[in-house]
Design a protein around this ligand. Structure first.
Ligand code: G
Ligand code: G
Ligand code: MN
Ligand code: NA
Length: 249
């Protein structure tokens, strides 16, 4: 309860900030979009990692107002970065327990952001508790013109069925597969198989957690269009994104 109170105080006290991690064209190495990642600057504990507070926010329901803040703030920033898109992570709790369609519609209205520039990232775990309702929600979001990404593809529940039965536009290959791409012989074959599946289902692909030049060059050779990872950029404050974009034009 103490942690929940601290989170609530953090929301009221504007202790949350966003960082953005660029997503790049794999071959061009230019920034195509950025993923918003929330950070908590706690007055005494310092920076609290999202892995520590997102679960508490989810259990307490505070993820709904926090997620709303993240979405508004992310869209507000990207308006100032013409030509690139923004991805926002949606918690399963937001999809299940809040009117996320109304929220996204309102944020698009308020900011005037072109909906094609907004992508919502969802983990597949989200979809299983009430698949029919989850599917309706995703269709309602898509009807607003935004894109839907399956985050962390390949970990957790098996996902080929979900890829077919939910209206995804983008598949994000989980870092664990990228870690293995140049280890042994199966690693690269698995990534190639995922790329083949994505092509068959007409999904865009982003490889996550690219940390080495060798991983990046194998991904380029295998036709992976977009990459994200510490090799090209860590998550950075918004001011750094502006600077990176200026250098890029
Ligand atoms: O930011 P970092 O790389 O430490 O992210 C750790 C985890 O927290 C990731 O799984 C990421 O998806 C999640 N996360 C970061 N920001 C948000 C957010 O705004 N909303 C939700 N639901 N999860 C987030
Ligand atoms: O679950 P999701 O994919 O939204 O999580 C994004 C998380 O992955 C963030 O915590 C981000 O900091 C982290 N991340 C992004 N790129 C890399 C990378 O190259 N290496 C590692 N170890 N983590 C990464
Ligand atoms: Mn993500
Ligand atoms: Na991910």
């Amino acid at each position: 309860q103490e942690q929940v109170d601290a989170l609530r105080a953090g929301l009221v006290g504007q202790q949350f900030v966003l960082e953005f991690q660029p997503r790049y064209g794999a071959a061009s190495r230019t920034i195509h979009s950025v993923e918003a990642l929330v950070r908590w600057n706690h007055p005494s504990r310092g920076r609290v990692p999202p892995g520590d507070f997102i679960p508490i926010a989810e259990r307490s329901g505070l993820i709904v107002p926090l997620g709303e803040w993240v979405l508004r703030e992310a869209c507000r920033h990207v308006i100032g970065w013409p030509g690139i898109g923004v991805s926002v992570n949606l918690s399963p709790v937001q999809i299940r327990d809040s009117d996320v369609i109304a929220l996204v519609r309102d944020v698009l209205d308020q900011t005037g952001l072109d909906p094609t520039r907004l992508e919502l990232e969802i983990t597949e775990g989200t979809l299983f508790s009430d698949a029919a309702r989850a599917r309706e929600t995703l269709l309602g979001l898509k009807a607003l013109g935004v894109r839907i990404a399956m985050d962390d593809f390949g970990v957790g529940y098996s996902s080929l069925g979900s890829l077919r039965s939910f209206p995804f536009d983008v598949l994000k290959i989980d870092k664990q597969f990228i870690d293995a791409i140049d280890i042994g012989s199966a690693g690269r074959e698995i990534v190639r198989a995922i790329l083949t599946i994505a092509r068959a289902l007409d999904l865009s692909v982003t490889a996550e957690g690219v940390e080495t030049n060798n991983q990046l060059s194998l991904l380029v050779d295998d036709g992976c269009a977009e990459v994200q990872g510490f090799l090209l950029s860590r998550p950075v404050p918004p001011g750094r994104i502006s600077a990176m974009l200026e250098r890029q034009v």
